[in-house]
Design a protein. Structure first.
Length: 583
């Protein structure tokens, strides 16, 4: 088999040894990175309520006879304790499936206690382990569907994708959903192209697990549904003569979504904990919330998701994915089928969010499912580009007396490795704030207001940066060290209450949201991270006008957060450059 030839074309009976070794190596590298980086990622805005739900669900499973153990509208049951309050919305535990948060709770109760981790790190370790497991399976299935070389390249691109790295530690819904979504599509592709029912059943299992992370998992089944006619036409038909699908294959294809729905219901105990009479009502409430939350008032087509695609993707991955979209001059029918599947997988999340009335905010988080598809296309593009360029480069080098093994392979691998790893190294641990050179990095995106909406109150405004407030953990540590004992620490951010949750140990400081009244009280030290209306760029520049900047953390020329000292007697020029959000 050549490196560019899809594995499905030869219908292997199992994952190859090369795929297993690559998956293990990539998972090991991700594990070492996670161990070294765990304490640098803070609690994000949506996390407290979701992690609280995981803790309470674990408590309920341990105490099955306790009445009201999963009644989130009632008080906490006796004996239950959680480090996380139900912020920002007390009813969030009833709105989102609980599987990743339950994994986080179980990890905190086991590994967290064994290694004396803080509650934040104990829960984040579970999310990191879940992401590593998903990356391991993604590598196996990408190699199976795309071929070993392309699959490994796709997995490395995904492992080094800044947004994926940034969400792996503190996202208990979006990124786990994207991971199981990817496995659903890849397993279904393997099952259909290799005509193996077992992988279609596994796709149903992955589909159920995707639904158990977030409602967006339903679009994994839509992706397979849209791609199936094309795959049938390309793989199962020979000219104008069609061939019937094997009965076992058809059964698996039709019934695997039902298996997924059953897994979804089983993996969310809140739905059925109070009995059958309440289960239907709770499921109806969940569907009503999903419909309501998925719509917004904006009436026009939005370019926002395509801006994220172009400007939040490392350039090498973007170019390779574009190359992967081209199937070649004489593609096989299997290659066309795989390309069609990946293209639908890539475009569905983007187009869905671009349509009128679609609800979105927070950069690319609400449609993050496109990233594994983009990396799969990039894997194909890497191999195809190497196949085409290698003979030409080798011939030129041989004319100069330079061997291919020493120069060509080593140089290409070194350049590719640096290009893939550099964005993560440059933005760590704030990888979700990554923007590429096409928009001038984070600084260029902030100055231009890349995500600025027509409405001044839109949530997406000002989300070019640490929009989910992961930086508050590190920032609060530094700010508290500068705050005099007994004095309040000012917080100019979207959710100031997170500082108490992120705290790693006891503290006497009192936190206060920075308002005009707090400013008059002369709070000595302020942590400031721009986002939306709570801490707008106008508000940040006003703080800089009256306060000295003690510490300023930037990535890609843009601001992550800054710490400001006591209010001065006279104003001075702000440090941050002007942005389009300024009046």
């Amino acid at each position: 088999m050549t490196g560019a030839e899809p594995a499905a074309a030869t219908a292997p009976r199992g994952f190859s040894r090369a795929a297993r070794r690559a998956a293990a190596a990539i998972a090991l590298a991700a594990t070492l990175f996670s161990v070294a980086s765990l304490r640098r990622y803070g609690v994000t805005i949506d996390e407290p309520a979701l992690l609280y739900a995981g803790d309470r669900t674990l408590h309920a499973l341990r105490h099955p006879g306790q009445p009201g153990a999963l009644d989130f509208e009632a008080a906490d049951p006796p004996g239950f304790r959680s480090h996380f309050p139900r912020l920002p919305d007390p009813l969030d535990p009833q709105h989102y499936p609980v599987l990743p948060a339950l994994v986080a709770a179980a990890t905190d109760a086991t590994l967290g206690r064994a290694f004396a981790l803080s509650p934040v790190d104990g829960h984040h370790a579970g999310l990191a382990l879940l992401s590593i497991a998903l990356l391991f399976l993604y590598t196996l299935y990408a190699c199976r569907l795309l071929g070993d070389a392309a699959g490994v390249a796709a997995a490395i691109a995904l492992a080094c994708f800044p947004t994926a790295v940034g969400h792996a530690f503190n996202d208990p819904k979006d990124w786990p959903c994207a991971g199981f979504y990817a496995l659903t599509v890849l397993a279904a592709g393997v099952g259909l192209l290799e005509k193996r029912p077992r992988h279609l059943w596994l796709a149903g299992v992955f589909f159920g697990l995707a639904l158990s992370c977030k409602q967006n998992g339903v679009f994994a089944a839509v992706t397979v549904l849209l791609a199936t006619p094309f795959i049938y036409r390309l793989v199962y038909q020979d000219g104008s003569r069609g061939r019937s699908i094997d009965r076992r294959l058809a059964t698996a294809l039709l019934l695997s979504p039902g298996l997924g729905c059953a897994i979804f219901a089983l993996a969310w105990p809140w739905l059925w904990w109070a009995g059958p009479s309440v289960a239907l009502a709770r499921f109806g409430d969940f569907l009503g919330f999903a419909r309501q939350f998925s719509s917004d008032a904006h009436a026009g087509f939005s370019p926002h998701p395509f801006r994220c695609l172009v400007f939040m993707t490392p350039p090498l991955v973007l170019v390779a994915a574009a190359a992967g979209c081209w199937p070649g001059r004489r593609p096989t029918r299997e290659r066309l089928a795989i390309g069609t599947l990946l293209t639908i997988w890539l475009l569905l999340p983007l187009v869905r969010v671009a349509l009128p009335h679609a609800n979105f905010y927070d950069a690319n988080r609400h449609f993050i499912e496109y990233i594994p598809a983009l990396c799969a296309l990039a894997g194909l593009g890497f191999v195809e580009a190497w196949r085409r360029a290698s003979p030409l480069l080798t011939e030129r080098l041989e004319r100069l007396g330079i061997s291919r093994a020493r120069a060509l392979g080593g140089a290409v691998l070194a350049v590719a490795a640096v290009a893939l790893v550099w964005p993560v190294a440059q933005y760590h641990p704030f990888e979700t704030a990554y923007f590429n050179l096409l928009t001038g990095g984070l600084g260029g995106a902030q100055r231009a207001g890349l995500f600025r909406a027509s409405s001044p109150t839109a949530f997406v405004n000002g989300t070019e940066g640490d929009y989910w407030l992961s930086s508050l953990r590190e920032g609060a540590r530094a700010a508290q060290a500068l705050t005099p004992p007994g004095r309040p620490l000012g917080i100019c951010a979207w959710l100031p209450a997170l500082v108490a949750i992120d705290n790693d140990g006891p503290t006497n400081e009192v936190t206060a949201e920075v308002t005009a009244e707090v400013e008059r009280a002369e709070v000595p030290v302020v942590y400031a991270a721009p986002r939306g209306q709570r801490c707008s760029w106008k508000r940040l520049r006003e703080l800089e006008r009256w306060r000295p900047v003690l510490e300023r953390i930037t990535r890609g020329g843009g601001l992550i957060y800054e710490i400001l000292g006591p209010r001065a007697a006279l104003p001075h020029a702000p440090v941050s450059p002007p942005t389009v959000y300024d009046p």
